[in-house]
Write a protein that binds this ligand. Sequence first.
Ligand code: NAD
Length: 282
Amino acid sequence: MPVKIIDGKRIAKKIKAELKNEVLNLKKKGVIPELAVILVGENPSSKIYVKNKEKACQEIGIISKVYTFGKNVVQKDILSLIFRLNRDKKINGILVQLPLPKKFDTKRIINMIDPEKDVDCFHPENVGRLFLGFPRFFPCTPAGIMEILSRNNLKIAGKNMVIVGRSNVVGKPLAVMATNADATVTLAHSKTKKLKEKCLWADILVSATGKIGLIKADMVKQGAIVIDVGINYNKSGKLTGDVDFERVKRKAMAITPVPGGVGPMTIAMLLKNTIKAAKDNI
Ligand code: NAD
């Protein structure tokens, strides 16, 4: 059977159309979802991500406000802004674009966000709820991956999922979500021994490492589903994932490309969380 190249952009577009309808329905009730995005410093990737999030909000009718701070801002000012946004009844979601410049205490800043407005799902209360199986929000990238699987009718219950990369943003929460959805999960990382052997076990192989070409064809079981989360730039400045796409696609049953795979789904899930926060607040 030919490999299915999963079009994350198309799925995200469909989700956004669904969400646009939800926003219209909320507007009929006098509610307009509103997202506050806090951007600190000069990180060029962060600026692009924030712009993309702003654009996506506009597309579906969510109000987005970006609060920009130069790198010389002091932590107290960011905390005061979050305090104010927490109390502002019009604001449904608050997001601090990460990474913050090194001098800031990221944990303290994230912990300051009202968990009911924590649409990135990074607050310890929301992470704990996710872990225990009564989530308020789902973190955006893992949620995007689960959505890609379900919308392509790729069942995960009873399947072996191997996740390479154990970050708090992707690998760890995805491991929890997939476990709660009845997959058998292996969470691998830079200290994992015999990575190839573990990857070959995967019915569903997810890579989130930021290492170009880490996942080679001989690490992939014939007929596996391969999800590439990596966002990397190669020597010629071309956007590329963690997976050796051209070779791996000959073995996989389905595979996500980079760009156009997981990336667009992450933003769609942020919009979904913001709308959920608005609904929960009615
Ligand atoms: P991170 O950068 O915080 O950590 C990388 C992880 O990869 C670590 O757990 C490390 O142990 C593991 N790793 C590194 N080298 C390895 C190796 N040789 N073998 C096995 N494991 C190895 O992780 P992150 O923030 O989850 O980001 C990972 C990648 O995913 C980056 O390229 C990032 O840009 C991308 N990303 C994409 C999206 C999206 O929406 N598509 C969202 C978040 C992150």
